[in-house]
Design a protein around this ligand. Sequence first.
Ligand SMILES: [Zn+2]
Length: 102
Amino acid sequence: MYCKNCGTLVDDNSSICPKCGAPMNSSNFSDNQVVDKGGFLWGLLGCCVPIAGLILFLVWKDTKPKTAKAAGIGALVSVILGVIYYILVFVLSIGIGISAGM
Ligand SMILES: [Zn+2]
């Protein structure tokens, strides 16, 4: 990559430019950032275990907002699907009850 300050070609692994000493943004980013990629797997976990998703969301919402959001959304989706499932079962049982009554 190239230094944004002076335009010198800098090694990808360098954290500063050897010519002008300017910090290289991409390296700084990976050094300082907490791993917070969001993530499908956390969403999946939240979906399978809504309680775990909710707890992870509460624990991570300040430090890892994206990951927390993924887990929280997974939990939310799971709860919504559960509610839809029960509504469907309820409606179907009424339907079966009516057709059985006739
Ligand atoms: Zn430079």
